[in-house]
Design a protein. Structure first.
Ligand SMILES: Cc1cc2nc3c(=O)[nH]c(=O)nc-3n(C[C@H](O)[C@H](O)[C@H](O)COP(=O)(O)OP(=O)(O)OC[C@H]3O[C@@H](n4cnc5c(N)ncnc54)[C@H](O)[C@@H]3O)c2cc1C
Length: 476
């Protein structure tokens, strides 16, 4: 950094120390370390400093100071994002704005079915607080113990209950946001209905910290389902899984909260690598389905699911199946699903993807991928799994670590080309970050890029909020 840039950064940090307290401005290498890399240690950068404000007014003060000094801010939640959006770049000039100290539940209204939480609340803690109030907050994913609600909303996260409850966006009633100039936009009213002009909060949901800093949210709660049935089905072909999904929807409609599909190699890795994980059914098939169904009554659902599974078996749509008898069995089934990446990562580097196609096209997507055998290196193991009920598959490629860099782009481009032909999207729920920026915009109409750049310029004219993430107006 040049002398004048360094002097400017020092002046900014001195002002931040005065604004939020000496101890919440981290500049020592050891202190910054964990904020400079993501959950999987896949993306790394360097921060000039890490700021840990404890209140909305402090975030506002920091944003105003950053605007005055021309400092780039990288908002950060739990750092579990998968697209390189929450860690600083390599320049060493960006400043991480961690929301982790803003972790209070401000209010819960069980009869009004909402809660108001600060952006730094860990997702697990939000679910827990809702449960203690006799309510259910349905957003859930494998990273729930680490990700924070501000990050969830900024990525418009999906997860395992999207089928029934929607994406993060569908669970938000109101937001509090600090804008690039340090003003506070208070849209925190917990209203179901509010047709008073543009729904501005939606701009910030899924914006990955590029349009404002979310400091608090009013979240929608629902009643706790009393009976939950989890089933594991062994199937021969993706077509059968899709047929099962259709038949299950006919039988259970909105009661299905999760409908996941896993490939045999991924399940075998999970059984081999994850401690205390057992195969739910002995029968080995190329594909497995994991389904969660829940309703408000105390009992009666299990018998219905059993009867439906018997019909599926009879019709030959599945070869074998099991219903979890105990919480431990349910946890075991879900551990196999959620431990897919963890288990595979013990065998090499994982090139992750998050694609979506119309549900009916999933078998075509998978048969295309199958046809790559012989055209991609033999050492690549393709591990597709995910939220098949949403049309969203994580097609992960397990590759030997030394070959990861060389294989990264060719494998993803091959996948993305197929997804394009099936009229899908290359990011279903993880967002764009820096990792997918070029690939995403290469696929969108020019008018969408132009309009997005106009929105970015309107809200962040000096490009100081997470520059290079989602959109780079200078690339226009
Ligand atoms: C094991 C595992 C399983 C996962 N499963 C799923 C899944 O099923 N579905 C899914 O959608 N994702 C999943 N993810 C991805 C990830 O957990 C989500 O993207 C999550 O929403 C990110 O939250 P975070 O707090 O970690 O955000 P971070 O990683 O800290 O940040 C993500 C983005 O949001 C921005 N940001 C963070 N906080 C704020 C804020 N307060 N205001 C403005 N911008 C902000 C950051 O700048 C960054 O661009 C998984 C990740 C892991 C590691």
């Amino acid at each position: 950094l040049s002398n004048s840039t360094e002097a400017n950064a020092s002046a900014f940090l001195a002002a931040c120390r005065a604004a939020i307290g000496e101890s919440q401005v981290l500049t020592a290498e050891g202190d910054k370390h964990r904020f400079e890399r993501d959950f999987w240690n896949q993306y790394r950068g360097r921060a000039a400093a890490v700021l840990r404000p404890g209140a909305t007014e402090e975030v506002a003060r920091i944003a105003a100071l950053a605007a005055a000094h021309g400092i780039a801010l990288v908002p950060q939640g739990g750092n579990t994002g998968l697209v390189n959006g929450g860690v600083p770049d390599a320049s060493g000039a960006e400043v991480v704005l961690s929301l982790e100290r803003m972790n209070k539940v401000r209010a819960i209204d069980a009869s009004g079915d909402h809660m108001i939480v600060e952006a730094g609340c860990v997702l697990d803690a939000v679910q827990q607080a809702a449960a203690e109030a006799g309510r259910f907050f349905p957003l859930a994913m494998g990273s729930s113990g680490s990700c924070r609600i501000g990050g969830n909303l900024s990525t418009n996260a999906g997860g395992i209950n999207v089928l029934r409850y929607g994406m993060a966006r569908d669970l938000v009633l109101g937001l509090e946001v600090v804008l690039a100039d340090g003003s506070v936009l208070d849209l925190l009213r917990p209203l179901r209905k509010d047709n008073t002009g543009y729904d501005l909060k939606q701009l910030f949901i899924g914006a990955e910290g590029t349009l404002g800093i979310i400091t608090a949210a009013a979240l929608r709660l629902v009643a706790i389902p009393r009976e939950r049935v989890t089933a594991w089905l062994a199937v021969e072909r993706p077509e059968d899984a899709i047929a099962l999904f259709k038949r299950s929807r006919d039988s259970f409609g909105e009661l299905i909260s999760a409908f996941e599909m896993l490939c045999a190699p991924g399940v075998e890795l999970a059984v081999a690598e994850l401690p205390n994980v057992q195969r739910p059914v002995e029968r080995r098939t190329p594909w497995y389905v994991l389904m969660d169904v829940a309703w408000m009554f105390e009992s009666g659902l299990r018998a219905r699911v059993e009867a439906t599974l018997a019909e599926f078996l009879e019709a030959g749509l599945c070869i074998d199946g099991a219903i979890a008898e105990t919480e431990a069995q349910r946890a075991n089934m879900w551990r196999i699903r959620e431990g897919q990446s963890e288990a595979a990562s013990k065998h090499g580097y994982i090139i992750r993807s998050d694609v979506t196609v119309p549900i009916a096209e999933i078998p075509k997507l998978l048969s295309e991928i199958d046809s790559w055998r012989g055209r991609i290196p033999d050492e690549v193991t393709v591990l597709p799994f995910g939220h098949v009920g949403d049309g969203n598959l994580h097609v992960n490629f397990l590759v030997p670590a030394p070959r990861a860099q060389e294989l990264y782009d060719p494998l993803l481009e091959r996948l993305y080309d197929t997804v394009d032909r099936l009229r899908g999207s290359i990011s279903a729920e993880h967002g764009i970050g820096r990792a997918k920026r070029r690939a995403v915009w290469a696929r969108k109409p020019g008018a969408a890029l132009e309009l997005s750049a106009r929105i970015k310029r309107a809200l962040d004219p000096s490009n100081r909020l997470n520059p290079g993430v989602v959109i780079d107006p200078s690339e226009l």
